[in-house]
Ligand binder design. Structure first.
Ligand code: XIL
Length: 359
């Protein structure tokens, strides 16, 4: 009898092991001890195969557009805020135990012109009102926020004076000057002391842009602490990570090293790797193609290299979020940048991220 039970138990164990091996592992389980694994969400991702993949692989999300100022704030100053789209997503994530990162409060793009117009006093009030309104609304539901997005200019050559590196065409910069960045963070800290405040930007694999961000974070945080505060004002740096096959992973390493010096946490916030050799600004959904094997392999290798690097920095990296589930619905669909193809089949890139040491 005992023999029989042991045999049955062994058979069950064998079945379980072979079954487990044939199914791709959940990414959030693979990186459980390292960092959170996230993806972007939009209305397409809220049901069907997309939602199944989301639930299976990811433990944190960022709304692709729904929390940006142009989607929350009214068309004119006297109008009403619109919460419905973002709320339904946030509620669904809560029901499914998925954490939400907020994107984004203060940005030059996808914002309302009235917010940054008028006198400096008016723009300042608009900023303070917007941040207070949004953080108040999502209190307890959103754990961290990109407070300021993409404030640095492109093509920085001398990062020593970070204020001179700011994007001068930003409406916020035009009306309030370089101090708008710190004002945004101070306002957010006061509005909700519980949440983690991020500065988020793209192209941080460029050493000059990265140095400008490092200098800004250090300067703002040092002054904040000198006032007697026992914490940083900027809690985290978000490296967006919109890459392509052109990427040199050593540049990412150099920036991670640089950001580590500031003592704040780092997140990779919008990761995608276009299968193109040039850094293109062409974007839009539904332009995906069938990827040639060679490209798919190159892309997979690069994803694997990056994840091996991220693992080396797991003590500093809090979260790695992809900017798209599948090639068809990606904002850069033409470059087939995701882990899943347009039919939601896992690509070599997926297997590379699942097991980066094998690539
Ligand atoms: C993109 C979205 O993916 C698109 O749907 C939208 O049309 C434009 O914005 N940096 C950011 C993100 O911080 O908000 C951007 O998202 C991609 C670049």
């Amino acid at each position: 009898m005992l023999k029989k039970i042991i045999l049955i138990q062994l058979a069950l164990l064998f079945l379980c092991l072979t079954n487990c091996n044939s199914k791709p592992a959940a990414l959030k389980a693979v990186y459980k001890k390292d960092f959170l694994i996230g993806n972007v969400i939009n209305h397409v991702y809220m049901s069907g195969g997309h939602f199944d993949l989301l639930k299976k692989h990811f433990n944190t999300v960022t709304c692709e557009n729904e929390m940006k100022p142009e989607n929350l704030a009214p068309l004119s100053k006297s109008g009403e805020y619109k919460w419905q789209m973002a709320d339904s997503m946030v509620n669904k994530m809560k029901e499914n135990g998925i954490q939400v990162h907020g994107h984004t409060l203060i940005w030059h793009s996808q914002t309302r012109t009235w917010m940054t117009s008028g006198s400096p006093q008016e723009a300042k009030e608009n900023m303070i009102n917007h941040i207070n309104t949004v953080l108040d609304h999502f209190r307890g539901k959103v754990v961290s926020w990109d407070v300021v997005n993409e404030a640095m200019a492109d093509g920085i050559t001398d990062p020593s004076d970070w204020k001179s590196c700011l994007r001068a065409e930003s409406g916020w910069y035009k009306t309030l000057g370089p101090d708008y960045v710190e004002l945004a963070f101070r306002t957010a800290r006061q509005a909700d002391p519980e949440i983690i405040l991020y500065y988020n930007d793209y192209g941080l694999n460029d050493c000059n842009k990265a140095a400008a961000v490092r200098n800004m974070v250090k300067d703002i945080n040092d002054r904040y602490k000198a006032e007697g505060n026992n914490r940083s004002l900027i809690d985290g740096i978000g490296m967006q990570g919109h890459y392509g096959l052109w990427l040199n992973v050593n540049d990412v390493r150099a920036s991670l090293e640089m950001f580590k010096e500031t003592g704040v946490e780092i997140s990779i916030t919008e990761l995608d790797i276009e299968s193109r050799l040039t850094n293109s600004r062409e974007w839009g959904v539904n332009r995906n193609t069938v990827m040639p094997q060679e490209q798919a392999q190159q892309q997979a290798k690069l994803y694997a290299q990056l994840f091996r690097l991220f693992r080396e920095y797991k003590d500093t990296i809090a979260r790695v979020t992809f900017w798209g589930m599948d090639d068809k619905n990606s904002w850069k669909s033409i470059g087939n940048p995701c882990l899943f193809d347009g039919e939601l089949n896992p690509k070599p890139a997926f297997f590379a991220v699942s097991n980066p040491d094998e690539y």
